[in-house]
Ligand binder design. Structure first.
Ligand code: AMP
Length: 590
């Protein structure tokens, strides 16, 4: 039970006595060395949470629940929308498989601090691989399995993994897409050579194992099991790449201790979940919500987590909620729009266990949330997130005894504890502008950026004063702390809730020999929220204009199909400012 009754008492406690607040919150985690200090500024100016403490995240997410009598409870429940397979794994079996696979990684030479790149779809094996890394202090780098070879190659070179893992195939709809060719493409481009590759063989299509390079996941699982190692709270747990203004994917680094504390608290405070409850997130494990609420938060809290491969229909969501007694459903507005498009009438069955539904990741228009409320006949609320923050910056707090009425919950809510949003000083005269967050950020947020083989200060996120983290989201803050979002201030596009930078797409288009200049902007899309549109200026006077098909194919080949570029418009020139910068907003309005 949380010790606060109202939002104000909770938020003020974190604001006025942050050290005490977070040391109290840290009691939710089992430490090998308990923290006495909440936060410390590092020599490089960034901050570490619980810097005098040690723990193991995998022990907290798996072993301690077995030790506390939850061994027989389902830890993960997986459904594949493509193959219709379903699997549930208890905490007891999860511990056995994770410990065995951790031993397998060790036998391949993986040790503390080594990176393991996991380019796999949402599967139980993906979660096992993540937890096995956490167990031995290796740093997992999960890459969304929809990326094409060149994007995968960039991530391989960025983190120099000792081991790369793939599943033999992923699925586009119901068609199996072999993954070995993508891996081979990536390795042909990348400078870095992994020591080994691990392949999860799937029934739909097996991959040939390259002797001396490839190992079978299920064989490795039978290695001698290893126990959790003791790690410093600030040791990196994972790196997750995300798109930003520069057009280069940035590796966001998450620590062990702050991450475990923040997620454990959020499950109680925001989602109102207790041990034994079932949590269902529709996010792919390759994105941040999949990391935080598909795997870590539910497991840290002794819940059962439902994960799905592919996009579930409204009927499947209903069936899974019914069958597994789901208490909280976490999904995206795009998934909601897909469900609405199915045109189903309000649920025939009542889902008694389902308490509430959360959406995040992109703009959700109020009519969509109203549709979801009438379909599920449950509270449906929105909250604001970033890969960088790892948990919600603003939310509604169902764990508080005096929770606000759901009728007031249309917006993205109020700041979570430790988040101190403000309108950027540059916009001080205006009621809206870019939202910045005062430093230090609370536990669970980025512990730094991965650069040149180490964890560095995330300087691209700092404003000119060095006192604020820039969210690159624009909005307003009202007198009651309510935050209202207007959209990104940079070129980031959310396609079906998945993040891609316009500049990243432009860089690919610009390599076409017949392209002189290009700009990619987001336009609204009825189903996916946003979609990219490319404005292309062909090279003049060559007589060989590029075709839309060539440009679309190039983007698919380098980044992946999921980017959804279908609209290429040829123009004679791009609108620019006097300093030569492209006026993207002008293009969006065209
Ligand atoms: P990602 O890092 O993929 O989680 O994307 C983060 C970005 O998604 C944010 O910076 C916002 O632009 C957008 N976003 C996240 N949650 C919301 C929300 N509830 N409403 C509107 N946009 C959101």
């Amino acid at each position: 039970m949380v010790p606060w009754t109202t939002y104000k008492s909770m938020y003020d406690a974190a604001l006025n006595q942050p050290g005490q607040f977070w040391l109290d919150a840290a009691r939710r985690v089992t430490w090998t060395q308990k923290p006495r200090l909440a936060c410390r500024t590092r020599a490089d100016g960034w901050h570490d949470w619980f810097p005098d403490a040690t723990l193991n995240t995998c022990h907290n997410a798996v072993d301690r629940h077995v030790e506390n009598g939850r061994g027989g409870q389902a830890a993960l429940i997986w459904h594949s929308c493509a193959t219709k397979e379903r699997q549930a794994i208890t905490y007891h079996d999860l511990r056995r498989r994770v410990a065995g696979f951790a031993g397998g990684l060790r036998s391949l030479g993986v040790g503390q601090g080594d990176r393991v790149l996991i380019a796999m779809p949402t599967m139980i094996e993906t979660a096992i691989a993540m937890l096995a890394c956490a167990r031995i202090g290796a740093v997992h780098v999960v890459v969304f399995s929809g990326y094409a070879g060149p994007e995968l190659a960039r991530r391989i070179d960025d983190v120099a993994p000792k081991v790369i893992m793939i599943a033999s195939c992923s699925f586009q709809g119901h068609s199996a897409v072999p993954a070995a060719p993508v891996l081979n493409d990536a390795l042909a481009i990348a400078m870095h050579r992994p020591q080994a590759c691990v392949i999860v063989q799937r029934r739909a299509c097996t991959a040939p194992l390259l002797p001396g390079r490839d190992h079978d996941f299920h064989m490795l699982e039978h290695s001698t099991p290893v126990g959790p190692v003791t790690l410093r709270s600030e040791d990196p747990l994972y790196i997750l790449h995300t798109s930003g203004t520069t057009g280069h994917a940035k590796g966001i680094v998450r620590d062990n201790g702050g991450h475990a504390v923040a997620l454990a608290l959020s499950m109680e405070l925001i989602y109102g979940c207790k041990p034994g409850d079932t949590f269902f997130t529709t996010s792919d494990l390759g994105w941040v919500v999949g990391h935080s609420y598909g795997v870590y938060a539910p497991l840290l809290n002794g819940c059962s987590s439902v994960i799905v491969e592919g996009a579930p229909s409204a009927l499947l969501i209903q069936a899974l909620c019914h069958e597994y007694g789901v208490r909280c459903l976490f999904t995206t507005p795009t998934q909601m729009r897909l469900m609405r498009q199915e045109g189903r009438h309000p649920l025939g069955v009542i889902l008694p266990a389902l308490a509430r539904i959360f959406v995040a990741g992109e703009y959700a228009d109020p009519t969509l949330l109203d549709w979801a409320r009438s379909y599920f006949r449950k509270p449906v609320v929105n909250h604001w997130w970033q890969t960088e923050t790892g948990w919600s910056i603003t939310a509604h707090f169902f764990g508080l005894p005096e929770c606000e009425p759901t009728s007031l919950m249309n917006e993205i809510g109020r700041p979570a504890p430790g988040f101190r949003p403000a309108i950027a000083p540059a916009f001080a005269q205006h009621s809206c502008g870019e939202i910045v967050l005062s430093l230090p950020l609370p536990p669970g947020c980025l512990a730094g950026m991965w650069k040149d083989g180490g964890v560095r200060v995330p300087s691209t996120y700092l404003d000119d004063t060095g006192r604020y983290y820039r969210t690159f989201d624009e909005g307003m803050i009202d007198g009651a702390h309510g935050v209202h979002m207007l959209g990104r201030s940079d070129d980031v596009i959310k396609v079906a809730g998945r993040r891609i930078s316009g500049v990243q797409i432009e860089k690919v288009i610009a390599t076409h020999p017949a392209v002189h200049a290009c700009a990619v902007v987001a336009v609204p899309d009825d189903l996916r929220g946003q979609r990219p549109v490319a404005y292309v200026v062909p090279v003049a006077g060559t007589g060989c204009a590029p075709s839309s098909e060539e440009i679309i194919a190039q983007v698919r080949q380098v980044i992946g199909r999921w980017v959804g570029l279908r609209d290429v418009r040829f123009v004679r020139h791009l609108p620019t400012t006097i300093s030569g910068k492209i006026r993207r907003r002008h293009l969006t309005a065209c």
